[in-house]
Write a protein that binds this ligand. Sequence first.
Ligand SMILES: [Zn+2]
Length: 144
Amino acid sequence: MTTKRKTQIVILALSLGLSIPFSGNLFGGNSGLRLSALQAFYQEYNQDYFGNALPQDTIITVGSLGDNMGMTVLDSRNRWHITIDKYSNPIEKQAEMTLAHEMCHVKLKGTQSLTTDGVLDDHGEAFQSCMLNLAKRGAFKDLW
Ligand SMILES: [Zn+2]
């Protein structure tokens, strides 16, 4: 269904006094996230800003994470999984910012602490330095 069509249905429903449960996908805001573009972004940024130090086989998925915009997990076979939340990253540029953030988590695997369920979520000094380094080198030029 097209975004325009969804919008028309919502307007019709509202004009009829119907209540519609909110959905982050109601206006098609998530349909613009292309997994292939995020995978390409990972490879490009790995090369341009991380010196190809990040694993090539990192698995990137788009999912529903609740309060988290992104999540990075190391599985039992030492393979990284990055999930981008489709609701809080409704457009590709936002998703790319989140992906860059998660890539810093992958980079800092040795100095960040893992939670008991294998999630890296440490935003300490090393993490801030990684993000600032990206910014100073122009990695966010077209993103912010
Ligand atoms: Zn984080």
